[in-house]
Design a protein around this ligand. Sequence first.
Ligand code: M5T
Ligand code: MG
Length: 620
Amino acid sequence: MSTSITKFGFKTAVSDKRLVGLWRMLAGFRLAYLGAVLGVGIAAALGSGNSLLLRYFVDDVLGQERFDRTLPLVGLSFVALALGQGAFSFLSGKLSARTAEGITRRLRNYLYDHIQRLSFTYHDQTQTGELIQRTTSDVDALRRFFADQAIGAGRIILLFVINFAALMSLNTRLALLSVMVVPLIVVMSLFFFRKVSKAYEAFQEQEAKLSTTLQENLTGVRVVKAFARQSYERDKFEQDNWEQFQRGRWLLTLHSMFWPSSDILCGGQMLGALVAGALMAINGTITVGTYLASTGLIIWLIWPIRNLGRLIVQMSTGMVSYKRVVELIKEEREPLDEGTYRPSGNVRGEIVFRDVCFEYDNGDSAVLKDISFRCEPGQAVALLGSTGSGKTSLVNLLPRFYEYTSGSLTLDGVELKEYPRHFLRQQIGIVEQEPFLFSRTIRENITYGVGREVSDEEAEAAARAAALHDVITSFPDGYDTLVGEKGVTLSGGQKQRVAIARTLLKDPRILILDDATSSVDTETEGEIRQALQHLMQGRSTFIIAHRIQSVMNADLILVLDQGWIVQRGTHDELMAQEGIYRQIYDVQARIEDELEREIGQTSEVSETSEVWEEVACVAL
Ligand code: M5T
Ligand code: MG
């Protein structure tokens, strides 16, 4: 798909001037486009033919009183011309719709595909509203450009040339008199073109801001309500909306300044030409028939002149949107198949970090500092550390979501940068810290990204292993229950378990569990841990957890603090040392003891709160 789209020139359009780029976008539809323009041209020519026939009818038929066989023939010709004009107008409309809709359909598909191939860093730095705006409103402006303005340009040029030529054939002076205003219209339109371009760009930018505000407000509606911030949010929106209103008003004001000025010019031009024609007819310079014909031609000559200005101004919106869309197209994709190393078969899973440092593009300091450790194939490495210490950032380097800044990170002895990203992501399964579920059925969510047909039994087995099967069967629609906006909202723990089941099915060689059981109660966590223990066998696994119980069986435990590894070893080794690990262990053990005691004594809740405060301190 992507290659065929690239072939149609979206990529190459970037480096060229906007009009050339737009012409390239027409690839594959140029014939239909030319057909549409030709259709419009033929319709215009038939219209002019009508005026010329009128001249013939008045001067040569009525004037010569030739009422024999010529009269019905002329009548029939009028009908035929009108029919032809209608038919070609229709054909042109059909072809222009095909061109515009076809191009925008292809463009939308391309942008959708392109956006999901952009890097994590790009998505971190770009607002969703901006992306939505560019793929909807800007694409729509381009559709209008191709449907109306691109065809309109052809139509205007043809109408002008044909009617001007017809008028020239009748009377040169009259013809020249009728186009006097053209240079003025062009200059004025170009002036407005600049103004409208700027105003429209500002309008689109503000609209993107507005969609971001709206989208964030909707996503975070629970937070807004929970903090009773509705009025604050409304005021914020109102402010953005006021700005949008002002920019929109300025845009329309510009338009409304342009139309009357151009209408006055064109009206004056038409009146002048008609009066000049009438005077010529009175003087006998032209015949009555010629005058009648020229009135029709002048009207059809002024029409394109008037629309030329309109078109130039309207084109500015298409051009701005084109620029905005191309900016997005220009963004480098995350290459999926780069790297010189072509692995065959699955990886073994030997992972070695040597002095790896990492910094986010938008950050100002290193998030990971001199990380060095080794994970043998099939081993489990646990990461423990306070929040923000860099655990997620560390595991995110493995599937190459982000590139490490310095040091060396090898998988099976080959530098990670040599691996194609696509391959790495097939080999690695991640249960993310905040799993995302699609608004689809639970079954679809579980089988998402497995890359092969999954039988119902397999999906069920995965759900059982993730302690999820009983929850699913308690829903009336079972595995066909819709999740998300139009269906049930799953709890945090249930979502995590769907993510676990999804990863179990994927059957990856390297497993990353980023706080995978943080939203699950201790009992369920125990069940899942058993299932995971089984799953982890023979796979290199990274476990991030806050509970010592989840990490104590790991072959290597790394304690992170502000991006440094401050302690390393097995559970027993770490217990034998003074340090954060033993402190966490002690606090957690004490909490459990106290809880057990409290439950035993059914004591007041307020007493336990002190203990939780301590947990919070450790967690933070
Ligand atoms: C480590 C910063 C973050 C923190 C540090 C994801 C992300 C993080 N950061 C960025 O600057 N940009 C980003 O896109 O990096 O963050 P982490 O690795 O997510 O920490 P953690 O997983 O150990 O924390 P937690 O809370 O999940 O236990 O300073 O600001
Ligand atoms: Mg994290």
